[in-house]
Design a protein around this ligand. Structure first.
Ligand SMILES: Nc1ncnc2c1ncn2[C@@H]1O[C@H](COP(=O)(O)OP(=O)(O)OP(=O)(O)O)[C@@H](O)[C@H]1O
Ligand SMILES: [Mg+2]
Length: 254
């Protein structure tokens, strides 16, 4: 199976050369293969965002190796990393990050335009996503004229319009109600299954996490639990995830 991301003995120390260094990731070893759908949970401040950012080239490890699609990221130039990210990773954040002065169609098409794709291809690929998420009727509207759930669907369409190898999503449903959250998750499930897009997602919600194929729990900058869904039903997987979260939250009470 093709390896998408590998972390070997990765440390992330914020302010490593300053007066108050902070070790946010400690000796992380992790592998993600093509087609994986991995969900990351853990308490606030545990290092989840640092983990996904350090693994997905947004940030650099302080020590250790991150290998992204066979490339050792510390051996790559800024320019190579930028291009790599552009071509291979779709990012989705809690705040959507849509551009207010562009309409829905233009927001979705932006990564294609920036990548210099021919106009016909831009049109076709952006429209394909628009049909797929059923937003034809709002494609000419601007971000301030649409709902939160619609904004997040557009952020997802924009992230996958270039057909990236993987999606990295940091609390993609953090600002959504449950109906919209589960719609988004069904969509993730679909692109993972049908397009074989690898997904790495952070969430605070065990139900959302149960859509993944694999679960990891991060605590104090370390991976403290790893759980594969395997043959478990989604419900069984959900209960296991809840159990781990409960165990971990009780460990704060002495
Ligand atoms: N730029 C930074 N400089 C110094 N410390 C940082 C920086 N970014 C994050 N940290 C610290 O690193 C730790 C991990 O932060 P991170 O954002 O990864 O947590 P998280 O698990 O994503 O939390 P949340 O669930 O609240 O989003 C926290 O203690 C945080 O204060
Ligand atoms: Mg975070």
């Amino acid at each position: 199976m093709k390896k998408v991301l590998t972390a070997q003995n990765v440390y992330k120390i914020y302010g490593a050369h300053g007066k108050n260094p902070f070790e946010a990731l400690t000796d992380i070893n992790f592998e993600m293969e093509q087609g994986d759908f991995i969900c990351v949970m853990g308490p606030s401040g545990a290092g989840k965002s640092t983990f996904v950012n350090t693994l997905s080239t947004i940030d650099m490890p302080t020590k250790g190796k991150v290998i992204a699609l066979g490339n050792d990221v510390r051996q790559m130039s800024e320019k190579q990393i930028g291009e790599f990210r552009y071509e291979n990773i779709g990012f989705i954040f809690q705040e959507f990050n849509l551009i207010d002065s562009l309409n829905v169609f233009e927001n979705i098409a932006l990564p294609l335009v920036l990548a210099g794709r021919p106009e016909k291809e831009v049109q076709d690929l952006a429209m394909e996503q628009i049909h797929r998420i059923h937003i034809d009727d709002i494609r000419k509207k601007y971000p301030n004229e649409i709902s939160l759930g619609q904004k997040q669907r557009i952020a997802i369409a924009r992230a996958i319009v270039t057909k990236p190898e993987m999606i990295v999503a940091d609390e993609p449903t953090g600002n959504l109600d449950s109906k919209n959250s589960f719609e988004i998750l069904s969509y993730f499930h679909k692109i993972n299954k049908e397009d074989n897009i690898t997904i790495l997602m952070v969430t605070h919600n065990a139900k959302i996490a149960s859509y993944a194929k694999k679960f990891i729990f991060i605590k104090d900058g370390k991976i403290s639990h790893t759980l594969e869904r395997g043959d478990m039903s989604q419900k069984e997987f959900y209960y296991k995830i809840v159990e781990i979260n409960n165990e971990e939250s009780q460990s704060f009470i002495s």
